[in-house]
Structures are given as C-alpha cells and as structure tokens.
Design a protein around this ligand. Structure first.
Ligand SMILES: C[S@@+](CC[C@H](N)C(=O)[O-])C[C@H]1O[C@@H](n2cnc3c(N)ncnc32)[C@H](O)[C@@H]1O
Length: 302
C-alpha cells in the first residue's frame, strides 16, 4: 500500500528538498508538482517530515469546490497571491482555528480552479497561518535578516529577555540587529562591513568592525547570553567558529541560519544537531522559515 504526501516550500529550495528526499526518503517518489507545491508517493504509514519545506503532511488528493464546501473547518492557502478563490472557501478559512496538537485540514489552491486537500498536525513551532506563510508585518528594514530572526523568535518562542546580550556574527547591514534592538536586547555586531546608520547609532548597539576569526576571550569583558549568525559561509565554517566562541562564552542559546548552497551540506545537518545535544543544549531543532531561500535555521537552547 502507498500513501501520498504534500510539501509546501519556497521555489528556491525545491532542488534541495528533492535532494533531501533522495537521501532521507529513498522510497518516496515525486508525484504531481507545481512551483512551491510538491507531492510525493511513499509507503503507507511512513513518517514524512522533511526539513527543506515550510510544511508537509498527508495529501488527500485533488478536490472540487463543492467537495470542499462541505468541510466543517479548513484553512485555505493560495499558491499565488493573484488567485481568486470563491468567497465561501475564504469565509471557511477565516472562521477556522486550529489548536496545537489538532489535525489541520488545509485546502491548497494550486491553480485558478485547482484545489488539493492535505492534513497535518499543528505543532508548537508552526505559525497560525494557512500554508506557514510569514506572520511578520512588512516594514522598512535594512535587510531580509530582520524577518528571518523575527520568524525564528516567533516560531520557537525564543526566551530572550530585555537587556540580555547578543553576539551577532555577520551583522551588516543590520536587519537582525534592528529586530533584536526592538526587543530591548543589547547587540554586539561583528562584521567588517558597514552597518545601517539607524542601527549603528542605537544606544544598545556596539559595532565590532572586524572579522569574527580575529576575536578571542580578551574581547569579551561581559557575559554573552545569545549567539546568532547569518553569515554567507559554509555550515562547517560557521559551526567551527561558533564552537570556538563556545569554548570561552556560555550563552543560553544559539540561533544560526545555515546556508545550504551545496547539496552536500544537507548531510552535515544531523551531525550538527547531535553535536549541539552533546554540548548540553537541551532543545536543538531545525526549521525552514518562511523568509528562507537555500538555508535552514538551527536553534540550540540550554
Ligand atoms: C547575509 S549577510 C548578514 C545579514 C545580517 N545578519 C543582517 O541582519 O543584515 C552576511 C554578512 O556576513 C559578513 N561576514 C562574512 N564573513 C565574515 C567574517 N569572517 N566575520 C564577520 N562577518 C563576516 C559579511 O560581511 C556580510 O555582511
């Protein structure tokens, strides 16, 4: 017996998702797909939770509007913003709420007149939005990194507290710093590149205008509560550098955006998770965030 599964991902990471499936789910075969919506045929009862997608679950097939109208509750996700779903489906979605642990019924509007139905369990780290789209309000920010850290903050409910100190590796131009400063955190931004002027002049921001490899224990007079990074370097380099900082700093949490510009980096993820568990971090998780391209978020909390 076989079963179908769906994934919703950002089109930039589709090749990585396919690669992940070929490595981690060799018995699953790509079935119907459109950009951002991929279905797979797999063994019945198999666990299916790939990393490189915003959302995955059981696929119940293509449905007509009449079939969907009879659902007691369901969320509606549109593949393209320009799609015009019938008002009754919009109404059904708008009045539907799903609690953590509950099975979500998701209508996926894949084309103007094409609807697919899926199911998944609502997790604590899921957003309360159909299709796991970002719930962060758009505003003028120095970089996309603002949304990435804001989404990590919301999704993992990061226990960051006012006045805690954050070491940000690769902080320019300053999107992530802006978000952290908005949360009343103190930010030490390490980057040889220029910072956004508003971030630079913030009373809680200190720019360490150097490559992070040049820093050592002597640069830190104060304790650091969090290490975050979104540098454009291979995961092995980032992990090695963060490990070096962990040899003399004792943060309560680490939040890393790991760039997966090569397929082979996918194989590093499981060992990285294990290594953080061995370092004494009790919650270690990976999540593909809505604003991501070819990257993944690793959080490790003590
Ligand atoms: C994707 S950007 C970071 C975005 C930034 N976090 C933000 O919120 O706007 C990557 C940054 O990493 C920095 N970077 C690369 N190698 C570095 C190194 N060895 N030390 C410090 N920063 C580095 C680059 O200068 C670049 O500004």
């Amino acid at each position: 017996m076989s079963q179908f599964f769906f994934t919703l991902t950002n089109p930039e990471s589709e090749p990585l998702l396919k690669k992940e499936l070929s490595i981690g789910y060799p018995n699953f075969k790509l079935s119907y797909s459109r950009p951002g919506f991929l279905t797979f045929k797999g063994p019945d009862g198999g666990t299916f939770a790939p990393w490189m997608c915003r959302l995955s679950g059981t696929c119940l097939g293509k449905k007509t509007v009449e079939e969907l109208n009879s659902l007691p509750k369901a969320w509606l996700w549109k593949r393209l913003e320009s799609f015009n779903p019938p008002p009754e489906l919009v109404f059904l979605s708008d009045k539907s709420l799903f609690k953590i642990g509950e099975k979500v019924t998701l209508i996926m509007m894949v084309g103007e007149n094409e609807y697919w139905l899926g199911e998944y369990i609502q997790k604590k780290t899921h957003f309360q939005t159909p299709g796991e789209v970002s719930s962060i309000e758009k505003k003028e920010v120095p970089s996309r990194a603002y949304y990435k850290i804001a989404e990590a903050f919301e999704s993992f409910d990061l226990p960051m507290e006012a006045n805690e100190k954050v070491l940000e590796l690769g902080s320019a131009p300053g999107g992530a710093s802006m978000f952290l400063l908005d949360q009343d955190l103190k930010v030490f931004g390490v980057d040889p590149a220029e910072m956004d002027k508003g971030v630079l002049s913030h009373f809680n921001f200190k720019h360490i205008k150097k490559p992070f490899e040049t820093l050592n224990v002597g640069n830190f007079a104060e304790d650091i509560d969090w290490i975050i990074s979104d540098v454009n370097l291979p995961p092995s380099v980032v992990i090695q550098e963060v490990d070096r900082f962990l040899s003399f700093l004792e943060p309560r949490g680490v939040v890393l955006t790991l760039k997966l510009h090569q397929d082979r980096y996918l194989r590093m993820l499981k060992p990285i998770v294990e290594s953080y568990k061995q370092k004494g971090f009790t919650q270690v998780e990976l999540k593909y965030l809505p604003s991501y391209r070819q990257e993944i978020c690793l959080i490790a909390l003590k």
